[in-house]
Design a protein around this ligand. Structure first.
Ligand SMILES: Cc1cc2nc3c(=O)[nH]c(=O)nc-3n(C[C@H](O)[C@H](O)[C@H](O)COP(=O)(O)OP(=O)(O)OC[C@H]3O[C@@H](n4cnc5c(N)ncnc54)[C@H](O)[C@@H]3O)c2cc1C
Length: 387
């Protein structure tokens, strides 16, 4: 039996798909519009428990496995077209809540993680800056100690959910140069003096969630809001992106399921030369390739999800996680490009759903670390002298 065929995962996947078709699809969906965070949909998804499914029960979560959370997100994604919102939910759950539940202070866990699970506060994680992306050590944001507090100054760019974020996990330089202890992670409430939301960026894809800037102008951060300890920012970042590069890939599975169904239906019924186009071998072979890509992505994501869980660090699986991110995101992008072809001209129209999925897929090889960075990590862990 394959990991995703476990019957309890199937029940989870189906129940979240049913919930999403009833409560999220249709009027609540912001169809590919950069019109804002779909707050009602976000709250509805949180009330259904998606942000708590694999979070500890004492925090208001359901304490289920990471694989169940993957199944829930896959289920929602198979029923809605708001892929951007789904990505943001997966990103908050895995990329912020999971590391904070593991590494945050009691105060952060109570005042940030617990309400985030209920959908009462929206989180963002922020390491990218205008001048610093893949190379985290070129971060220009700095924090200096002042008594018991830290004073944070700088700005972060291209942050998912930033315009709506109540709280951000922010990475800043607290040490010199490229020392592995030069970074510290802070949990910053965006209502604190000196913290502000900056500009919005209009994106090509994932348009149902907003992306923006966060600005910190001498923000006083209490020591209880340092994650882990001062100088441990690199390992906090590695944990956060480790989740983004593995379990959060679940946001790509539902769209692949959904699109595959549409392509099969279309190629069975669209006719040319007096035959369904699916009877032409070039078309059926392309559909077979879609099935292969979807199946291998599922295998890879459920395999890695099955190895992650409460208390276990993503750092125990670094090479496999980088390989999963690289393989899944490149396969997903190729899947969407291939899925467009059988629709002919229709797939090139804004009104056709596949055109949105193609745009959504273009940045998958960039977010949470580029394909080049994944190859560097994989080669380095294989023993090569890669910087
Ligand atoms: C949809 C989306 C959502 C995002 N959400 C967030 C978020 O919530 N929070 C956040 O902090 N960031 C977010 N980002 C930003 C993302 O993390 C960065 O785009 C990514 O880390 C790459 O940084 P960069 O874009 O500055 O590219 P750069 O680092 O400037 O790289 C430019 C190019 O050079 C290549 N390159 C760089 N260094 C090397 C090297 N050593 N070897 C080979 N090639 C190299 C890169 O692979 C890339 O192709 C998001 C991005 C996208 C697309």
């Amino acid at each position: 039996m394959q990991p995703w065929q476990d019957s309890s995962l199937d029940v989870t996947r189906r129940s979240f798909a049913e919930f999403a078709s009833e409560h999220l699809a249709g009027p609540l969906e912001t169809w590919d519009q950069p019109s804002g965070h779909p707050e009602r949909a976000w709250r509805a998804a949180a009330e259904e428990g998606v942000l708590g499914i694999c979070m500890p029960e004492h925090l208001g979560g359901q304490g289920r496995s990471v694989s169940h959370a993957v199944a829930a997100i896959e289920g929602i994604g198979s029923a809605v077209t708001s892929t951007g919102m789904l990505y943001a939910i997966a990103s908050q759950l895995f990329g912020v809540q999971m590391p904070l539940a593991m590494l945050g202070s009691d105060e952060v866990i109570e005042t940030v993680v617990r309400p985030a699970i209920q959908g009462e506060v929206v989180l963002a994680y922020a390491f990218t800056e205008e001048a610093s992306g893949s190379d985290i050590f070129s971060t220009e944001a700095t924090a200096v100690r002042d008594g018991d507090d830290w004073v944070l100054t700088g700005s972060k760019a291209y942050i998912t959910n930033a315009p709506m974020a109540d709280v951000a996990l922010v990475f800043a330089k607290t040490g010199e140069g490229r020392s592995p202890f030069a970074l510290t992670a802070f949990v910053v409430d965006m209502s604190w003096p000196g913290a502000a939301h900056g500009r919005d960026f209009e994106k090509v894809g994932f348009r149902s969630v907003r992306m923006g800037e966060l600005i910190f102008d001498g923000v006083r951060v209490p020591k209880s809001h340092v994650v882990g300890r001062a100088g441990a920012g690199l390992s906090v970042l590695a944990e956060s992106v480790g989740w983004e590069r593995s379990a959060a890939l679940s946001a790509l599975l539902g769209p692949m399921d959904r699109v595959l169904g549409q392509v099969v239906e279309w190629t069975r019924t669209r006719r040319a030369y007096d035959a369904p186009i699916g009877s032409f071998q070039q078309v059926s072979a392309r559909v077979a390739d879609l099935v292969v890509r979807r199946t291998m992505c599922r295998l890879a994501i459920y395999d890695i999800a099955g190895r992650l869980g409460h208390g276990s660090s993503t750092q125990d699986h670094m090479q496999d996680i980088a390989a999963t991110k690289l393989f899944v995101t490149e396969s997903y992008r190729q899947f969407m490009l291939d899925a467009m072809q059988p629709f002919g001209v229709r797939g090139f129209l804004h009104e056709h759903e596949i055109s949105q999925h193609v745009r959504d897929s273009l940045a998958a090889t960039v977010w949470a670390g580029t394909s080049e960075s994944m190859r560097n990590t994989i080669a380095k862990l294989a023993g090569l002298p890669v910087e």
